[in-house]
Design a protein around this ligand. Structure first.
Ligand SMILES: [Zn+2]
Length: 430
C-alpha cells in the first residue's frame, strides 16, 4: 500500500491499520497472540512506525508551507481564518476524515485524533496541557512530530494494556530503556539471531505458556511440561518453576534475587515481569537532577585567547552515562589550533538545558565560536559530526528543519547580521 500524497489526502484509521498489518507481516515476529502496538515498536522503533512516518512527513510539509506563506502578502491571515473554520467543522462532525480536503484540514484532523487541541494554526495544546506555539524558524517539525507520535502511542498503549500480560502499560511506556538491550544486541556478536528473535517474541506478547494454550483449547493440558508440578503461567515459566535453577545460564542465575518481587507484582505489573516492558510510572519515581541551565566555561591557556582568523576544532561527548537519555550530561570542547597542531587556547563547557544530545553539544562548539569570533575573522571550523557539517553547509533552511533549529537560528543570524563575522565559514569533516 502506498502513501504518496497522504499529507494532503489524509490517512483513515482503517487505512493505517492496513499499513500497520503489512509492516508487522514484514517484521518476522510470530503472528499468534502478538500485540500490534508493541510489535511495531520493537520492529521499527518509536519514530519508525507507519504512523510516525506519516505524522513526520505531514508536519515537515506543513511547516515548509508556512515558511513559504510568510513571504506572501495576506497568506498567513487567510490560513488563520481558514484554520478556525475548518476546526469548527471537525468539532461538529466528530472529526470525520471525510472533511479532510488538504494539508491543513488533514493536520487538524490528526491533532484532534491524537487528543490535542488545535487552538490556532500556530498554537496547539497537547493532552498534558503543554502549549506548542510555532513561530518562524524556531520550530523543529520533527520535535513536534515526535510529541504527536507519542500521544498516539499513549492511546495505543491503553489498548495494549488490555492485551495479554499488558497491564501496567496504560500510563505509558519508557521506550528508551525497554528497547535498549534489544538495540544493543546488533553490535554484540556473541548473541545469536534466535536469541534476539525470542526476546522480540516475549516483548510482543506472543509467548504461549501452557495455561494460555489451555485457555483457547482445553484439550491441551495446562501443567508445566518441565516440572509437572504446577500450571504453566507466565509467572511460573519465567520465575517460579523449580526447573529454572537447572538452566546453566548466568543471566538467569543473576535474576533469581528478583523472584519474590516478581511474585508480588505479577498481578499489577505483568508487562514488566513477563514481557520486559518498563512502565513510564516506574521510571518516573526515580529522581534525576535536571541539567544546569547556564553555561559554565573554563579556559585553557587563557592568556593566549584571541578570537581571530584561524583553525578551530570542536567536539562533544555524552559523558559516563551517554547510553541513557535522561542521565546523559554533555561536555563541549573548542580549541584554536596552529597548522603544526599546537593548541593556542581552548575552552570546555557543559551543554546547558534539558536537551542533552551529543549532536547538540557538537553544535554548541560552533555556536560558541561564532559568538566569540571577532568581526571580519576568516576561519575554518573542524567537526567530526556529520550532521553539523551537513546542516551548516545546507544553510538556514536546513537549519530551520533541524531538531536544534534554535541554535542554527543563532548561528545564521550572527553570521548574516555581520556583527561578529563577515568572513567565510567553512565546516569540514576530517
Ligand atoms: Zn515448571
Amino acid at each position: 500500500m502506498a502513501t504518496w500524497g497522504h499529507q494532503a489526502a489524509g490517512v483513515s484509521e482503517s487505512q493505517l491499520l492496513h499499513l500497520e498489518r503489512d509492516a508487522m507481516a514484514c517484521s518476522g515476529i510470530s503472528t499468534a497472540g502478538r500485540c500490534r502496538a508493541i510489535g511495531l515498536l520493537v520492529a521499527y522503533g518509536v519514530l519508525g512506525t507507519p504512523r510516525a512516518r506519516i505524522i513526520r512527513e505531514t508536519l515537515r510539509d506543513w511547516f515548509g508551507m508556512l515558511r513559504l506563506a510568510e513571504s506572501q502578502p495576506n497568506a498567513i491571515e487567510s490560513i488563520r481564518s481558514a484554520w478556525a473554520k475548518a476546526k469548527t467543522v471537525f468539532r461538529l462532525n466528530n472529526n470525520n476524515i471525510q472533511s479532510v480536503h488538504g494539508i491543513m484540514s488533514n493536520l487538524i484532523h490528526m491533532l484532534i485524533q491524537a487528543k490535542w487541541n488545535p487552538v490556532a494554526y500556530n498554537m496547539w495544546v497537547d493532552p498534558s496541557g503543554t502549549q506548542w506555539v510555532t513561530s518562524n524558524f524556531k520550530v523543529a517539525p520533527d520535535i513536534v512530530a515526535a510529541a504527536l507520535t507519542k500521544s498516539f502511542l499513549n492511546i495505543d498503549l491503553i489498548r495494549a494494556s488490555q492485551h495479554y500480560d499488558g497491564k501496567g502499560l496504560q500510563c505509558g511506556l519508557d521506550t528508551d530503556n525497554t528497547l535498549r538491550y534489544l538495540r544493543n544486541i546488533k553490535t554484540r556478536c556473541n548473541v545469536t539471531h534466535s536469541f534476539k528473535a525470542m526476546l522480540e517474541t516475549i516483548t510482543s506478547g506472543a509467548m504461549w505458556p501452557a495455561v494460555r494454550v489451555n485457555s483457547i483449547s482445553s484439550i491441551f493440558p495446562d501443567l508445566c511440561p518441565r516440572c509437572k508440578l504446577a500450571p504453566e503461567t507466565a509467572l511460573h515459566t519465567f520465575w517460579t518453576c523449580p526447573c529454572n535453577k537447572d538452566i546453566d545460564e548466568p543471566m538467569i542465575a543473576k535474576t533469581n534475587k528478583y523472584i519474590q518481587r516478581a511474585v508480588l507484582e505479577a498481578e499489577t505489573l505483568p508487562c514488566l515481569w513477563f514481557r520486559g516492558l518498563l512502565p513510564q510510572a516506574v521510571i518516573d519515581k526515580v529522581e534525576i537532577p535536571p541539567p544546569p541551565g547556564e553555561l559554565d566555561i573554563e579556559y585553557i591557556n587563557p592568556l593566549n585567547i584571541k578570537w581571530t582568523s584561524g583553525i578551530y576544532y570542536g567536539d562533544a561527548s555524552g559523558g559516563e552515562h551517554t547510553q541513557h537519555n535522561k542521565l546523559r550530561r554533555c561536555g563541549v570542547g573548542l580549541a584554536s589550533v596552529s597548522a603544526d597542531g599546537t593548541i593556542f587556547f581552548g575552552l570546555y563547557s557543559n551543554l546547558p538545558g534539558a536537551v542533552q544530545s551529543v549532536g547538540r553539544g557538537e553544535l554548541l562548539a560552533l555556536v560558541l565560536l561564532i559568538r566569540f569570533l571577532e568581526s571580519l575573522a576568516d576561519c575554518e571550523f573542524i567537526t567530526d559530526n556529520e550532521n553539523v557539517y551537513k546542516t551548516f553547509n545546507g544553510g538556514p533552511r536546513k537549519g530551520a528543519n533541524s531538531a536544534n533549529c534554535d541554535m542554527y537560528e543563532e548561528v545564521f543570524r550572527l553570521i548574516y547580521e555581520g556583527l561578529k563575522n563577515e568572513g567565510e565559514m567553512d565546516a569540514i569533516t576530517p
